[in-house]
Design a protein around this ligand. Structure first.
Ligand code: BGC
Length: 771
C-alpha cells in the first residue's frame, strides 16, 4: 500500500513540475489562449476566438463535440475535446464525405439511473459510457449533471438524479468513477444551484448558507471527495448576488480549499459576464471562448488589474489536465466502440430503474396475456431521453410496440398500424429544425390520435389487456408547464377513461406506462386503471426494457428518488418558482435573445422534497423511496452495535424475500436527529440494494453511520455539528414506510467540519420554520 501511495505522489509531483516548466515558457498570449476555449461551431456565429483557424487547432477532430481547448504544439500540448453529456456522448452521427457512422449509446436518463439505487450498476454504465468517450477521441464528457430536483417543473430534471443530495452525490460519484476508469475525464455540473431553466443566464438565486451547504452543495461535495472528477462546470446563475463562475468563495474557498478539488473549473457555455473576475475566482477555462474574453484578460494583465500569477495558476491547472488526457497520450482511438455490448447494459439499467407505482390485483406481470391493445401515440414514438445538450444521437430507439413484439406478445395489428400511420403522417407535417432552432422553439409532441368509442369497445372484446403510454419531453432552455404537461391533457384523460371503461366492462385490465423525464400528476386518474409503471426516459433500448418489466422477465426494483406530489400546488417551492423577473431592466443578451434580470428566493430553506412532505405532514401521491415489486419483503432484527455513539455506529438489519418471485429490495436508512436547530423529521443517511433474493432467502444488510452523518450545518458557527441527544434510526422501504427503528445516544456535541463563513445571502430570507 505504502509503495503505491508513494508512487502516486511521485507521479503527481512529476506532472506538477512538468506543468510549472511549461507555463514558465509561455508568453502572455499563449497563457490567454489556454484559458479561453476554442469551442463550438455555431452556424453563422463568429466567436472571435480563432476557432478552427489557429495553428494545429482541431475543431474538426470530433464533429458535434461541444468544444476544445487551444493547442500549443510548440510546447507539445495538443488541443483536447470536450463533449456532452449526461445521458451519453453527444457527437454528430454523420460526417461530410464519410460513409461511416458515429452513433453513441443513449443511456437511461439520470433520474432513472438514480431510481435503481444501485451504485455498482451506475458505475458499470459509466464505464461503458466512458469507453465511447475514449474510442471517439473525446477527452472529457460534460456530465454527470447533478443539480437538485427542487421543483417538479425543472426543465432539466431528467439530467439530474434526485431531490436528495446523498442520492445525487453517490450516483454522481459512481458515474464519475465509471467514466474516468477509462482514462477520460468528466465535468460534474452545474456548480451550483442551477435548478431551473427560466432566465438561467441572469437569475440570482438567493438562499441561506444552511440550505446551500446541506442541499445544494452536499452532492457536489460527495462527488468531489469520492470520485475526483477531472473538471467541474460552474453554472449560469448568480448565487447570492454573484455569478457562480465569478465567485471566489464557491470555486476556491469551498471547492478547492475546503473539499480539496484538484482539477479545473470550466464555465458553462457563455456563462458569466466578466472574464477577469472569472480568472480571479479560479474559473480556469472559459467555454466556448470568445475573442472579447481574450482581449479583456490580456488588457487586465497589462494594466496590472489581474495579477499574472493568477493567470499562471489557471494555466497551470489546465496544463496538468492536458498532460493526463488521451489526446496528450496520442491514444489511437478506434471510432468503433462496442455499441451492441453497451446496448445490453443500457437495457438492464433501464429495466432496473423503472418504478412500479401501482399494481392492483397483480395486474402485472403480463404472463397470461397474449393479445395486447396498445394505445397512446407515445407507445409508437417512445422518448429515449430529453432534449438539448442532454440529448444523444443514437442509432435507434426501440418503441414500446417493438419491444412487446420482440418479447413475443401479440399486438392488435389494426390498432398498431392505424397508430403507426397516424404518428408518421403527423411527424411529417412538423417543420425540420436544426439543433439551435429546436433549442429556441421545441417542436411539441404529436397530439393523441382521435379514437371512436366503437373502436375502443371492439378492442376491449378482442384483446386481453390494454396498455396506454403517456409521454412527455423537456430539456434545456425552458421549464415544464403545469397545464398539459405536469397535468394530463384533456385528450389523455379521455383516452384513459374510455379505454378503462370499455376494458373494465369486459373484466380486462388496463396498464398505464409513463414515459417522461420527470414527475407528472397521477392522483386524479390512477384509480381508473389497474397498474402504473414509471418507465422514465429509458434510453435506446426503451421498449425492450419496458417489455422486460411487463413480462416479469425483470422484477421491478426501482424506487423513486424524487417525490410525486398529489397536485403541483402541494409542493413547497411553488410560490418561489421560477421567481420574479424584471423585464423593464432587460438588456441585449446572447444570440439575439433578451437578458431579463430575475431572482428567486429559496424560502423553503432545507425543506426540499421529502424533507418538506414528511416534516409538514403533506401526503404526496408517491413518496420518495417508494416502489412496488412482484414479490414481498420483510425487515427484521435491527441491531445497533451500541446504545451510545462513539466514533461510528454499525446498524444491521435482515431483509427476507417472503413472496414467490426472486427480487431485490432497496433498504433505506433515515435518521431523526435531536438538536438545537430545527431539523427535518427524516433524512436519508444510507441506502443499500440487496442482491437478487430468491423466495425465502434472507440478507443481512450492514450500515455504518459516521459522526458526519449526524451533523447539520450550523449557520451561527459555520460548522457541521452533530448535536448531543437521542438519534432515531429508521429503516424503511420508503421515506414514510418505516419498517424497523432503533435509537442511540450522543453524549456531547461534535464539530465534524469547521467551514469558512462565506456565501451568506445579502438579504433577510423569510425561511420556512418547522416546530
Ligand atoms: C449546457 C451545458 C452543456 C453545454 C455544452 C450548455 O448550454 O447548459 O450543460 O454542457 O451547453 O453543450
Amino acid at each position: 500500500m505504502l509503495f503505491f501511495a508513494a508512487s502516486a505522489v511521485t507521479a503527481q509531483s512529476k506532472t506538477d513540475s512538468a506543468a510549472t516548466a511549461l507555463v514558465a515558457k509561455m508568453s502572455l498570449e499563449e497563457k490567454v489562449n489556454l484559458v479561453v476555449g476554442m469551442g463550438m461551431n455555431i452556424p453563422g456565429v463568429n466567436l472571435g476566438n480563432g476557432s478552427g483557424t489557429g495553428v494545429g487547432q482541431i475543431m474538426d477532430k470530433v464533429p458535434g463535440a461541444a468544444g476544445t481547448t487551444y493547442a500549443l504544439p510548440q510546447l507539445g500540448l495538443p488541443g483536447t475535446v470536450v463533449a456532452d453529456g449526461p445521458a451519453g456522448l453527444r457527437i454528430s452521427p454523420a460526417r461530410e464525405g464519410d460513409k461511416n457512422t458515429y452513433y453513441a449509446t443513449a443511456w437511461p436518463v439520470a433520474t432513472l439511473l438514480a431510481s435503481t439505487w444501485d451504485t455498482k450498476l451506475v458505475q458499470q454504465v459509466g464505464a461503458a459510457m466512458g469507453n465511447e468517450v475514449k474510442e471517439y477521441g473525446v477527452d472529457v464528457l460534460l456530465g454527470p449533471g447533478m443539480n437538485i430536483h427542487r421543483n417538479p417543473l425543472g426543465g432539466r430534471n431528467f439530467e439530474y438524479y434526485s431531490e436528495d443530495p446523498l442520492v445525487s452525490g453517490k450516483m454522481a460519484a459512481a458515474m464519475v468513477n465509471g467514466i474516468q476508469s477509462n482514462g477520460v475525464g468528466t465535468s460534474i455540473k452545474h456548480f451550483a444551484a442551477n435548478n431551473e431553466e427560466k432566465n438561467r443566464n441572469t437569475i440570482n438565486v438567493i438562499m441561506s448558507e444552511r440550505a446551500l451547504r446541506e442541499i445544494y452543495l452536499k452532492g457536489f461535495e460527495i462527488a468531489v471527495k469520492e470520485s475526483k472528477p477531472w473538471t467541474v462546470m460552474s453554472s449560469y446563475n448568480k448565487l447570492n448576488g454573484t455569478y457562480t463562475s465569478e465567485e471566489y468563495d464557491l470555486l476556491t474557498t469551498i471547492l478547492r480549499k475546503e473539499w480539496g478539488f484538484k482539477g479545473i473549473v470550466m464555465t458553462d457555455w457563455f456563462g458569466g459576464r466578466d472574464a477577469v473576475a472569472q480568472m480571479k475566482a479560479g474559473n480556469d477555462l472559459l467555454m466556448p471562448g470568445t475573442g472579447n474574453q481574450k482581449k479583456a484578460i490580456t488588457e487586465a494583465v497589462k494594466a496590472g488589474t489581474l495579477d499574472v500569477k493568477i493567470l499562471d495558476e489557471n494555466a497551470m491547472r489546465i496544463v496538468k489536465y492536458i498532460l493526463g488526457t488521451q489526446a496528450y497520450k496520442k491514444y489511437a482511438f478506434s471510432n468503433k466502440p462496442d455499441l451492441k455490448a453497451h446496448a445490453v447494459i443500457a437495457r438492464k439499467a433501464a429495466a432496473d430503474g423503472m418504478v412500479l407505482l401501482q399494481n392492483k390485483d397483480n395486474a402485472l406481470p403480463l404472463t397470461a396475456a397474449k393479445n395486447i391493445a396498445v394505445f397512446g401515440i407515445t407507445s409508437y414514438d417512445f422518448v429515449s431521453g430529453g432534449t438539448g445538450s442532454g440529448d444523444v444521437n443514437e442509432e435507434y430507439t426501440i418503441s414500446l410496440v417493438q419491444g412487446l413484439s420482440n418479447a413475443g406478445f401479440k399486438l392488435d395489428e389494426k390498432l398498431t398500424s392505424a397508430y403507426q400511420q397516424y404518428v408518421s403522417a403527423e411527424k411529417a407535417k412538423q417543420p425540420k429544425k436544426n439543433f439551435f432552432e429546436e433549442f429556441m422553439n421545441p417542436t411539441p409532441r404529436v397530439t393523441e390520435m382521435p379514437l371512436e368509442g366503437s373502436v375502443i369497445t371492439n378492442k376491449a372484446t378482442e384483446a386481453d389487456v390494454a396498455l396506454i403510454t403517456i409521454g412527455r419531453n423537456a430539456g434545456e432552455g425552458s421549464d415544464r408547464k403545469v397545464e398539459n404537461d405536469f397535468n394530463l391533457k384533456a385528450e389523455e384523460v379521455s383516452l384513459i377513461e374510455n379505454v378503462s371503461n370499455a376494458f373494465h366492462a369486459q373484466h380486462k385490465k388496463v396498464i398505464v406506462i409513463i414515459n417522461a423525464g420527470g414527475v407528472i400528476e397521477v392522483a386524479s386518474w390512477r384509480d381508473k386503471v389497474d397498474a402504473v409503471l414509471m418507465a422514465w426516459q429509458p434510453g435506446l433500448e426503451a421498449g425492450n426494457a419496458v417489455a422486460d418489466v411487463l413480462s416479469g422477465r425483470v422484477n421491478p426494483s426501482g424506487r423513486l428518488a424524487t417525490t410525486f406530489p398529489v397536485k403541483y400546488d402541494d409542493d413547497v417551492t411553488v410560490k418561489n418558482f421560477p421567481g420574479k423577473e424584471f423585464p423593464e431592466k432587460a438588456e441585449a443578451g446572447m444570440m439575439g435573445m433578451k437578458a431579463i434580470p430575475a431572482e428567486v428566493t429559496y424560502e423553503e430553506g432545507i425543506y426540499v422534497g421529502y424533507r418538506y412532505y414528511n416534516s409538514f405532514n403533506v401526503k404526496p401521491a408517491y413518496e420518495f423511496g417508494y416502489g412496488l415489486s412482484y414479490t414481498d419483503f420483510t425487515f427484521s432484527n435491527i441491531k445497533l452495535a451500541s446504545a451510545d455513539f462513539k466514533n461510528r455506529m454499525f446498524v444491521v438489519v435482515t431483509v427476507t424475500n417472503t413472496g414467490k418471485t426472486a427480487g431485490r429490495q432497496v433498504v433505506q436508512l433515515y435518521l431523526s436527529a435531536p438538536g438545537k436547530i430545527q431539523k427535518p423529521t427524516e433524512e436519508l443517511k444510507g441506502f443499500s440494494k440487496t442482491v437478487m433474493l430468491q423466495p425465502g432467502q434472507k440478507q443481512v444488510v450492514t450500515f455504518v453511520i459516521t459522526a458526519a452523518d449526524l451533523a447539520s450545518f450550523n449557520t451561527a458557527s459555520s460548522a457541521w455539528v452533530a448535536d448531543a441527544g437521542k438519534y432515531e434510526v429508521k429503516i424503511g422501504a420508503s421515506s414514510t414506510d418505516i419498517k424497523q427503528t432503533a435509537s442511540f445516544n450522543l453524549a456531547a456535541d461534535i464539530i465534524t467540519q469547521q467551514c469558512n463563513k462565506v456565501l451568506a445571502p445579502q438579504e433577510t430570507i423569510n425561511e420556512l420554520q418547522h416546530q
